[in-house]
Ligand binder design. Structure first.
Ligand code: NAD
Length: 353
């Protein structure tokens, strides 16, 4: 895969490497910072504390309250902490939820960020920030939220449980799959999307065979970077609209929802964009990208049914209505009836229609 710096065309410093987190003090100094505030979720406070230890006197605090979907009240509490501690740099260690908190703080404070990702969500590579307030999720795109440094340490993603490794991989693959038919795609974004998909098609089975295979873990992290980068460069379509609806209005978990919906959304769009989706068939076999992804999901023991995430069948009409109101640009026209049928199949875990 191409080296990140060649593709980003931006000033983001991206470094991969086993144990690279241990260079955190040097990276902090490189930014000219001396008062780092470390961010994590409550579940990853140990990783945050290890980072504080590695930083020594460069750490001025640890804020372990990151939550999924970046609630504004958490950002406000973190901003108060930033002001109190006079932090001059943010270090986010975790998945998309922690990265989101760092981005939200940076939007208000302009503080430089070092992100140390521990999932494959890819948020660190995008200028996109989703935030929630009073149960409403809004998304903005702003270059100020892009981190200055990303450190991909394979030892950190090694602790990602197997089920989360699967769903987080499919979450990343969803960015690349929709990039293949994005209206504003370029030859470069398509190439990067295919590289990202290939990294997971090849790497995820190896990770599942041996979650401690750090070579496979790093390969999948490179895939996460590629998939996140294309997410930030082109527009997303039906799949992301469905997941935003199901996550935002029905509180379904992010990565699991992406994993379940992906084969269905891609099968739906394959009727209008078979040629654009051909790289998925080339990688996975078969002649329909949606059914090929469904088979891949089954092979890696991904969750298949939205009902298993707690979505009620009675909610499907409303979900179809919400997902087709203000739809994102999509290769195949989106109708409420069609989306209701798609959701029924995804709810039951059936083969995509
Ligand atoms: P997450 O960050 O919410 O992590 C899920 C849980 O797993 C958390 O409890 C976390 O602490 C734990 N965890 C993470 N890495 C771990 C590891 N290596 N070992 C053990 N536990 C670990 O989940 P996510 O799927 O990475 O992120 C989802 C959030 O990211 C959503 O809010 C989504 O909207 C956002 N997101 C944003 C973008 C963007 O470009 N803005 C892109 C993708 C995702």
């Amino acid at each position: 895969m191409k080296q990140p710096a060649n593709n980003t065309g931006s000033n983001v410093r991206v470094v991969f490497g086993r144990g690279i987190r241990k260079s955190i003090a040097a990276e902090t100094r490189r930014l000219g910072a001396a008062r780092a505030l470390i961010l994590s979720t409550p579940q990853q406070s140990d990783a945050a504390l290890e980072t504080a230890e590695l930083l020594g006197s460069l750490a001025i605090g640890v804020f372990c309250q990151a939550e999924m979907h970046t609630p504004v009240h958490v950002t406000n509490a973190a901003l108060a902490h930033v002001a109190e501690t006079k932090a001059d740099c943010l270090i986010a260690i975790g998945g998309g939820s922690t990265t989101g908190l760092g981005k939200a703080i940076a939007l208000h404070s302009d503080l430089p960020q070092i992100v140390v990702p521990t999932t494959y969500a890819g948020s660190e590579a995008t200028p996109i920030l989703g935030q929630t307030e009073d149960g409403v999720k809004t998304t903005i795109s702003d270059p100020r939220v892009l981190p200055e440094v990303i450190l991909y340490d394979s030892e950190l993603v090694q602790t990602l449980p197997v089920n989360m490794s699967v769903t987080s991989s499919l979450n990343a693959m969803a960015h690349a799959a929709e990039a293949l038919y994005a209206t504003n795609r370029t030859a470069n974004t398509t190439e990067l999307a295919i590289e990202g998909l290939k990294a997971f098609v090849d790497g995820l089975p190896k990770v599942l065979a041996n979650p401690n295979d750090l070579i496979a873990r790093e390969a999948t992290q490179r895939g996460a970077w590629a998939c996140g980068t294309v997410l930030g460069q082109v527009g997303m379509a039906l799949h992301h609209k469905l997941c935003h609806t199901l996550g935002g209005s029905f509180d379904l978990p992010h990565a699991e929802t992406h994993a379940i919906v992906l084969p269905h959304a891609i099968a739906y769009n394959a009727r209008a964009a078979a040629k654009e989706l051909q790289p998925i068939c080339d990688l996975l076999g078969g002649d329909n990208a949606g059914t090929a992804l469904y088979q891949f999901s089954k092979n890696v023991n991904a969750p298949l049914a939205l009902r298993d995430l707690g979505l009620k069948e009675a909610d499907l009409d409303h979900a179809a209505e919400l997902a087709t109101t203000k739809p994102y640009p999509n290769p195949r026209p989106v109708t409420q009836d069609h989306i209701r049928s798609l959701l029924q199949a995804a709810w039951a875990g059936d083969t995509p229609i």
